[in-house]
Design a protein around this ligand. Structure first.
Ligand code: ATP
Ligand code: MG
Length: 573
């Protein structure tokens, strides 16, 4: 029997599937909790470059705003003057734009709210909920107690409101030295949550700030500032990572004490990836110690490094969609990231031929001084990409690995007496090899069959291999850089005693091949252009050139999809 057109048997509307954060947002819209408003933000601290973990948070916050007709702010959480720099602000802006997100005119800085935060501090003092404390940092730690032991109240806890206001103003006016005094919240030294035991709200720091200069010598602590920033901006859903879950009671306490707009905080699990580190402190260490070439080293998990490596914004966004959002910390297999990358590059990258470890192939029966142009397909997955011409002549380069003088059983490529196909060109048959004095193969000699032009034999003859090649005379020289994981261990933090994560750096993570040849159609390629070198992988043109002006190609990823293979194998089980 034919089914009726609407087969909604269980009478359920076909709802899209939401992750738990989106479900909260959707429910809030349904119940009118925020007057149909959805307002998120991405709040980076400008103390390093963004990495793929940040991309997860960016796609979540900007994605939710886009999907629910809301807004997402970009706000720099620049409350720590000693570690923050304009360079980081600029790079973060560039990276988020590159990923394809737009904050319109809502670019904010926490430092713009310093006056307002100071006022809020005064208000809490007036309400008897904050006090100026003279304990040193060390003493403060002692008084705080531990997870098993209650804290004890600071002797300065009972200062009068007037005295506190006066001292707080003097702190602001620079009358005390660094560390001499702090402003603390007066909440609960016996709380089971250590974060609630009179946390520091302001510290004295005579340091210039990248935006406010010397205007301030007191700076708000993160736990005090963060909730205020969200509140001031009217954020509805303050989305952050799990480690802030037990800070939430404190944020709630501050906002409720001040009676100001109170966003809902939602915590999700941060992204961890195998074979890399994501902490900015560790990434900074790699940069500062010269263990990588910079924040944008193509081996780094930073967005600038990944861009230089050849990642597309689409691939990264698709990866973030694929991994989803949940409440449990886990580590994602790097192969999944590469899988998402290949899916995108396969659709978008034009094909070309390059030989990265060349050996000369001479076609003895091809006319001397003659050449021709053969038709090659630019992208088999995209007919609109069209065709291009590839020059062919008597002398070519092929990969050294594609020839073996004494081939083992499963080697089907070129060998003495054997015939193979040269992609888009002809069948060639190996007749001889010429070696240098060290016994290394210098030239491979072949004959070609002119009837096989284009790559097929009219008599139906089959060959077992198709090789890529470039024309020796007409190709261009290039440098190719091959990359491997930056670390040898899935979890680089797993180090021997007395060593740290840098002990697990992969000594073979970069291989430079300086004697490569690319087909002439690539001569005009520009920085960050992407291309698939047939049989070798996806590559991206580096923004820099070699000292002698040749282009550099970074291998983005190989062609073989280990993730897809793994999934198939698992399905079979
Ligand atoms: P680090 O701990 O390395 O210093 P951070 O989390 O302090 O990094 P921020 O600049 O404060 O770095 O991060 C901005 C936002 O990005 C925060 O909301 C943070 O929760 C989120 N974020 C940072 N790392 C990850 C990650 N690995 N996965 C998901 N979100 C992340
Ligand atoms: Mg942070």
């Amino acid at each position: 029997m034919e089914k009726p057109e609407s087969t909604n048997n269980d009478q359920q509307p076909c709802l899209p599937k939401y992750d738990f954060v989106r479900q909260i947002v959707a429910d809030d819209i349904r119940t009118g909790k925020w007057d149909q408003r959805t307002h998120t933000r991405f709040p980076p601290e400008p103390n390093g470059y963004l990495h793929i973990g940040h991309a997860k948070a960016i796609c979540l916050n900007f994605g939710i705003a886009a999907e629910f007709g809301g807004k997402c702010n970009l706000r720099f959480d620049d409350t720590n003057p000693t570690k923050e720099e304009q360079e980081y602000v600029d790079s973060i802006i560039e990276d988020i734009k590159w990923l394809g997100w737009d904050w319109e005119d809502r670019l904010y800085f926490a430092s713009d709210y310093f006056d307002q935060m100071y006022e809020y501090g005064v208000e809490l003092i007036k309400k008897g909920k904050a006090y100026v404390c003279d304990l040193t940092a060390e003493e403060t730690r002692e008084y705080r107690g531990s997870l098993t032991e209650a804290g004890k109240g600071s002797p300065y806890r009972s200062r009068s409101v007037e005295e506190n206001i006066e001292l707080f103003e003097k702190m602001k006016d620079g009358e005390f030295k660094d560390g001499e005094k702090t402003l603390k919240a007066k909440n609960d030294m016996a709380s089971a949550n250590v974060n609630m035991r009179d946390p520091v709200m302001y510290r004295i720091l005579h340091a210039a700030h990248h935006r406010t200069g010397d205007q301030w010598c007191i700076y708000p602590m993160y736990d005090w500032a963060h909730g205020l920033e969200d509140s001031i901006e009217g954020i509805t859903h303050s989305i952050c990572t799990l480690e802030f879950e037990n800070h939430r009671p404190l944020y709630d306490w501050f906002l409720d004490a001040l009676w100001i707009h109170h966003p809902q905080q939602i915590e999700f699990a941060r992204l961890n990836l195998t074979y890399t580190v994501m902490s900015k402190r560790k990434l900074l260490r790699l940069v500062q110690d010269g263990l990588v070439s910079g924040w944008d080293d193509p081996r780094m998990p930073t967005l600038s490094g990944m861009r230089r490596r050849g990642f597309s914004p689409e691939a990264i966004r698709n990866f973030c969609k694929t991994i989803g959002v949940n409440k449990f910390n886990s580590t994602i297999d790097y192969a999944l990231l590469e899988h998402c990358l290949r899916q995108d590059l396969n659709k978008t990258s034009p094909r070309a031929m390059a030989v990265i470890n060349p050996v000369k192939l001479v076609i003895d029966n091809y006319p001397e001084n003659e050449s021709e142009e053969l038709e090659a397909i630019n992208n088999p997955d995209d007919p609109s990409a069209g065709m291009r011409k590839v020059p062919f002549s008597k002398e070519l380069y092929i990969e050294r690995e594609d020839f073996m003088e004494e081939p083992p059983k499963k080697f089907f490529r070129l060998a003495p007496g054997r015939e193979v196909r040269l992609r888009y060109a002809y069948f060639v048959k190996c007749t001889d090899v010429v070696k240098d004095e060290k016994g290394e193969i210098k030239e491979i000699h072949c004959t070609y069959d002119s009837a096989t032009r284009g790559g097929d034999s009219p008599d139906g003859r089959k060959v077992k291999a198709t090789l890529h090649w470039v024309c020796a005379k007409n190709s261009k020289s290039a440098q190719v850089r091959l990359y491997d994981y930056l670390f040898t261990k899935e979890n680089p933090d797993q180090a021997e005693e007395g060593e740290d994560f840098t002990a697990n750096l992969n000594p073979d993570s970069l291989k430079i091949l300086d004697n490569c040849f690319i087909e002439p159609s690539l001569a005009d390629c520009g920085p960050l252009d992407r291309v698939q070198f047939e049989r070798l992988g996806y590559f991206c043109v580096d923004p820099e050139r070699t000292e002698d002006g040749r282009p550099i190609f970074n291998r983005t990823v190989t062609l073989r999809d280990t993730w897809a293979k793994m999934q198939k194998a698992q399905q079979k089980k």
